[in-house]
Design a protein around this ligand. Structure first.
Ligand SMILES: [Zn+2]
Length: 341
């Protein structure tokens, strides 16, 4: 009897232990990829992000917690393309047996606008690239945990639809901005994929990484764009100190159009607290910034012509009125002078 009870207890222990062990541990380099994986894996996987929400993945310094996470991970999701310059060393030093998954596999990389020899890591900024990311993540999960393949596939399909809908939404939104105003000035070069895909000229203050300092030449370049294109607003980013952009906005007498999210999600309760939410929030904020404040230049052309005419008429009246007064004054002066003589 005792033998029987012991074997039952042992069996139960093995089953619980096995199911605990079976839960895959997936670590992502930042909050955006963590959210993508969460949408596909749901509760089937233990998920953690190395860089916390609001942190800057370009500048992250790995901590002992990061090393423990990576060491225990079955899978590490990374962007590559020079995004997480610190992660290879962290993976090597942690002694992990986990599989490193490059979730940008299949993405067509673009080179940085400001530094022609470096690739731009911010590929997730377009919904179409997001579809590539989530396919890579789904494939990796199915491969590592085939028992839950059906659930991963079903979640992936639902998520795919949501991202495709976000893509359509962004296109409709951007179309609301007058073409000449489609200029996006941001803190760092995180919006080139976005600009290329959705038709905006992108003018970052610094390059694809936030490591570089702002140069005077960058300030002049951006000020020139603001003047030439009559840009009404610029946009700060959640992971970057807004000080320089606020100064540029003040110097050039234009507005801060809002806060964009590129390298981190917002807190979960906010709209940009998920990858899809971040895409929608950015599109809405950009449209609001580049249209509302341009109200005077987006007037109906007929109305604009009328206003111009009224202004011209007003100006003409002032000129004639001034001239009249001058003639009368001169005439009076001459009369007075003649009387004296
Ligand atoms: Zn970035």
């Amino acid at each position: 009897m005792i033998r029987f009870i012991v074997s039952i207890v042992l069996m139960l222990f093995l089953i619980t232990n096995q199911s605990a062990q079976a839960k895959l541990k997936v670590v992502s380099s930042c909050s955006i990829f963590d959210d993508m994986a969460r949408n596909i894996a749901g509760d089937l996987v233990d998920l953690e992000s190395i860089v916390p929400i609001g942190g800057d993945p370009h500048l992250h310094s790995p901590t002992p917690r990061d090393a423990r996470l990576v060491q225990k991970a079955d899978m590490i999701l990374i962007n590559g393309l020079t995004f997480e310059g610190w992660i290879q060393e962290l993976i090597e030093n942690s002694g992990t047996k986990g599989e490193t998954v490059l979730i940008t596999k299949g993405v067509k990389p673009i080179t940085s606008q400001l530094y022609k020899d470096s690739s731009d890591p911010h590929a997730w900024m377009t919904a179409n690239n997001g579809l590539i990311y989530i396919k890579n993540i789904a494939d990796a999960l199915i491969n590592a945990d085939p028992r839950h393949a059906d659930q991963y596939r079903a979640n992936y399909n639902t998520y795919k639809t949501k991202i495709s809908e976000a893509d359509a939404f962004i296109r409709t939104e951007i179309a609301k901005i007058p073409e000449s105003k489609r200029v996006l000035i941001t803190s760092h070069d995180a919006f080139s994929y976005f600009g290329n895909e959705y038709g905006l000229q992108v003018e970052p203050i610094v390059g694809v990484s936030t490591e570089t300092d702002v140069q005077t030449a960058d300030m002049i370049r951006v000020a020139k764009t603001i003047r030439d294109k009559k840009v009404p607003a610029l946009f700060v980013e959640s992971t970057i100190n807004p000080k320089i952009l606020e100064q540029i906005a003040k110097d050039n007498k234009i507005k801060i159009g809002g806060e964009l999210f590129a390298d981190s999600l917002a807190e979960p309760e906010k709209e940009a607290g998920s990858y899809v939410g971040m895409l929608l929030h950015n599109a809405k904020t950009i449209v609001k910034g580049l249209t509302l404040v341009t109200a005077e230049s987006t007037l109906d052309p007929a109305l604009e012509k009328e206003l111009k005419e009224v202004n011209t008429k007003g100006l003409n009246f002032l000129i004639y009125f001034g001239l009249g007064i001058l003639i009368v004054a001169v005439a009076l002066f001459l009369r007075k002078k003649n009387r004296h003589v």
